[in-house]
Write a protein that binds this ligand. Structure first.
Ligand SMILES: C[S@@+](CC[C@H](N)C(=O)[O-])C[C@H]1O[C@@H](n2cnc3c(N)ncnc32)[C@H](O)[C@@H]1O
Length: 225
């Protein structure tokens, strides 16, 4: 998480937002106490709204941590919906499972422990929404597989596309992030922007959230259906 929106504005917007389940407050507190880079509430609420707006029934997440973003999405799924979330650290995945029980969404969430880049080739799509929030260096290498797992009008959501502003040339004078990750995200952002399979817009929410909608094969870019 990072702060692109000025704090007073973020606080004002936060006052207009409600949690879909009270346990999410505990999850956020636990995640921050452990120093985990979980999404902020604005990003969580955006994910929740996107799942509802798209009518998503099958969702895939890369990077569970303790399940905070997954809980925002799972609470928006219908009763027969499914969220598969991938986490390589077993201890975090187990904590996520406990949180899903407390948030009443465990019946809709399947936490898979292991390296997502291996799992992705075994998982069967399609998914109506995919949330990419794992290793930044893996965003590019995973992109083609994630696009192939999207349903025809599915949405790929990518976190950290602004990377605390460090991908913006000349904006951050003293970079604090890993330079290789910054370069990987900048490269990924350029790829997404030029990818004819997707229509992408990046929202200055949280740390920059990319919303990429799969373009139907028969529709060209910029044409109306
Ligand atoms: C930014 S945190 C996820 C935060 C979570 N989405 C949230 O907002 O609540 C990234 C997580 O992805 C996991 N991760 C990173 N690379 C991974 C990979 N290749 N496969 C599975 N998990 C991965 C890390 O262990 C970490 O817990």
């Amino acid at each position: 998480m990072s702060q692109i929106t000025p704090v007073p504005v973020a606080d004002y917007l936060g006052g207009l937002r409600s949690l879909p389940h009270p346990h999410l407050a505990q999850m956020a507190a636990d995640g921050r106490a452990q120093g985990l880079p979980i999404v902020d509430d604005a990003t969580g609420a955006l994910l929740h709204a996107l799942v509802r707006a798209t009518g998503a029934r099958r969702v895939l997440e890369i990077g569970t941590a303790i399940g905070y973003s997954a809980a925002w999405m799972a609470t928006a799924l219908p009763g027969d919906g499914l969220l598969i979330t991938l986490e390589r650290e077993a201890e975090r995945a187990e904590a996520a499972r406990r949180h899903f029980v407390a948030a009443g969404v465990d019946a809709k969430v399947n936490v898979m422990i292991g390296d997502a880049s291996r799992y992705l080739h075994k998982i069967a799509g399609p998914f109506d929404l995919i949330f990419q929030d794992a290793d930044k260096g893996q965003y590019g290498p995973m992109l083609d597989r994630l696009v192939s797992l999207l349903s025809p009008r599915g949405v790929l959501v990518t976190d950290n596309m602004l990377w605390n502003g460090e991908v913006v040339p000349g904006f951050v004078t003293t970079p604090g992030r890993n330079a290789a990750d910054t370069a990987a995200i900048a490269d990924y952002n350029r790829r997404l922007a030029g990818d004819p399979r997707l229509y992408t817009t990046v929202l200055p929410v949280g740390d920059g959230v990319g919303v990429s909608v799969r373009v139907a094969a028969e529709a060209g870019r910029g044409t109306h259906e």
